[in-house]
Design a protein around this ligand. Structure first.
Ligand SMILES: Nc1ncnc2c1ncn2[C@@H]1O[C@H](COP(=O)(O)OP(=O)(O)OP(=O)(O)O)[C@@H](O)[C@H]1O
Length: 307
């Protein structure tokens, strides 16, 4: 295990160019032990590219990357055994059953088992944890998309990783499967101390899961903080709406409570239809991405968020 004060992921000045296309132009961030970090960004921003570089599947064009203390481009099998990966695209083992495939994969991790960190996870526990027990002996080719995705997750965590990369893990999940998956992420991070870096386009999911959110846009990280911290970066964080004498009013304010108190002091029972709306993570995300993609580097304002 890395010492507790060492980040499990440290990325500095990461660059990636495909041909003449500069996708990552200087990405900087860290993931700390036990953290759940969500990487957000528009289609084509470079999230999968970033994750694949950290997984050691893609060679970067420049910058420094350390994952569990090593450079993924150089790291060997002992390092790989400590890292779990759930890719975006699913690999084909149509004639196998989940049980057989997971048994086989688990065997690769056994040599890296230690007294304090036994590997792999116990198979029945794992099948139950990802909700695959009932389908464990069916041919993989006959599983539904959501069931296959559960198998992907099981394949990613079977080696009891210290660090887990999840690329759009809940794509294709129904609401129950999504909720089960969120419980699993909490269990892995809270009980097992697993550090998790995941990409998603589901902002509610990011808000629910992430200790910290990173927004990747225009080739670099443009925001880094908790969901709450990010929404507070948007100027005028709340909108107060009310009606009085048949007229509708709107006021943007940093702090809605004293404003509403004054409103009632002045107009009392004349006030009807009061609403207070905070900037959501979605408002913040869209405002930040629009600003940075248009080349403007200043903090966005709520008033400019279009809905
Ligand atoms: N092997 C490759 N060769 C050339 N260009 C590539 C390659 N892989 C990705 N790209 C390009 O790099 C950019 C970033 O792609 P990437 O898949 O990392 O984005 P993403 O943020 O994960 O997108 P999405 O949200 O759509 O999954 C895109 O413009 C993509 O077309």
């Amino acid at each position: 295990m890395s010492p507790p004060f060492e980040p499990v992921v440290r990325v500095a000045g990461l660059q990636m160019t495909y041909g003449s296309h500069d996708v990552l132009t200087g990405v900087d961030f860290e993931v700390h032990p036990g953290e759940v970090v969500c990487l957000l960004g528009p289609n084509g921003a470079g999230k999968t590219t970033t994750i694949e570089i950290l997984e050691g599947f893609r060679v970067r064009s420049g910058g420094d990357v350390r994952v569990l203390g090593e450079d993924p481009a150089q790291a060997g099998d002992a390092w790989r055994a400590r890292v779990g990966v759930v890719l975006q695209s699913w690999r084909d083992h149509a004639r196998w059953t989940p049980r057989r495939l997971l048994e086989q994969l688990g065997g690769y991790f056994a040599p890296y088992s230690t007294a304090t960190h036994p590997r792999p996870y116990e198979l029945e526990w794992l099948l139950d944890t990802v909700g695959l027990t009932e389908n464990a002996d069916r041919k993989i080719g006959t599983l539904s998309g959501g069931q296959r995705r559960r198998l992907d997750v099981a394949m990613g965590i079977i080696g009891r990783p210290e660090l887990l990369f999840l690329d759009e893990p809940t794509a294709g999940f129904d609401p129950q499967a999504r909720r089960d998956f969120h419980d699993l992420v909490h269990r892995l991070s809270d009980l097992e101390g697993t550090s998790i870096l995941l990409t998603t386009h589901d902002l509610a999911e990011a808000e629910r899961l992430a200790d910290r959110i990173l927004i990747l846009a225009a080739g670099r990280i443009v925001a880094d903080g908790s969901a709450d911290e990010l929404t507070r970066q948007v100027a005028g964080t709340a909108e107060v709406r009310w009606s009085r004498g048949g007229e509708r009013f709107v006021h943007a304010t940093e702090d809605a409570t004293p404003f509403v108190r004054r409103l009632f002091e002045q107009h009392g029972e004349e006030i009807t239809d009061l609403e207070v709306r905070r900037a959501s993570l979605e408002d913040t995300y869209i405002a930040m991405v629009q600003r940075f993609e248009s080349g403007d580097r200043t903090a966005p304002a709520l008033a400019e968020v279009s809905r």
